[in-house]
Design a protein around this ligand. Structure first.
Ligand code: ZN
Length: 246
């Protein structure tokens, strides 16, 4: 980065349960994963606010969403507690143009599953394995400033098959010490909105403090910001050329 025009307004959403229930997690993220992510984005020049599951309306009122250019989403064990009307409102805002950056175990979140239309299931294993992230689309804006490869020293493994639609663009591919591979950085468009799924980020590893990860999140937020353009109308259409309607 830094962003070229005025930076988008970012809402960093977090389930915020592990950090309050587990000493091991609180040791890594004492102020919550959302704070670590927001600090990383702020260091790259973005304005952020945070919202969590236990806030009223999960912190995602119509007003908050209307003011949000890009929403980032981290959830894990309480996906089912996210209210369906809030999920619908998030998905509607994406279709209107809001960007959505879905992180790690957010692959199973209601908004992501609804926007993808598939199970979004995958293989996993928690063994503190080394992860190599390969940049497979080097010219992509989400990979700006990165080398062709970076390492997360200790990660939870996610393996293929990842049951998502084929991404419009694939930016990262992961390899894990145990041998599996995974499509780690997937770009989609839904309506006028851009969606990016980024794999790294387990609650017991300090991944959201790592420089490369923070750079990817900043790049992803800039990439996902609303692009404007006409709003499509889905209706009977009068011809713009002269045709015989008889
Ligand atoms: Zn995890």
């Amino acid at each position: 980065m830094p962003p070229t025009s005025s930076p988008p307004t970012v809402t960093v959403w977090n389930e915020y349960r592990h950090e309050r229930d587990s000493d091991a997690v609180a040791e890594v993220y004492p102020d919550g994963i959302h704070t670590a992510i927001a600090d990383g984005l702020a260091a790259h020049g973005f304005e952020t606010r945070t919202a969590t599951l236990d806030d009223p309306a999960h912190g995602l009122s119509l007003d908050v969403l209307a003011e949000t250019d890009v929403l980032t989403w981290w959830g894990h064990r309480a996906h089912d507690e996210v209210r369906d009307d809030v999920v619908e409102r998030v998905c509607d805002r994406v279709r209107e143009g809001m960007g959505l950056v879905v992180l790690h175990s957010g692959h199973y979140s209601k908004p992501f599953k609804r926007l993808m239309g598939t199970s979004c299931a995958l293989k996993w294993r928690e063994a503190g394995e080394r992860e190599r992230l390969w940049v497979v689309e080097p010219g992509h804006p989400i990979a700006a400033g990165l080398d062709e490869l970076f390492v997360v020293p200790r990660a939870e493994m996610y393996g293929e098959r990842f049951d998502v639609p084929a991404p419009d663009e694939l930016v990262f591919c992961s390899w894990f010490e145990g041998g599996e591979v995974f499509r780690s950085g997937c770009c989609y468009t839904r309506g006028k909105g851009r969606v990016f799924y980024f794999r790294p980020g387990h609650e017991t590893y300090p991944i959201y403090y790592q420089d490369e990860i923070r750079r990817v999140l900043a790049n992803a937020v800039e990439w996902a910001r609303p692009r404007g353009g006409p709003t499509p109308r889905f209706e009977r259409s009068d011809p713009v050329e002269d045709v015989d309607l008889g």
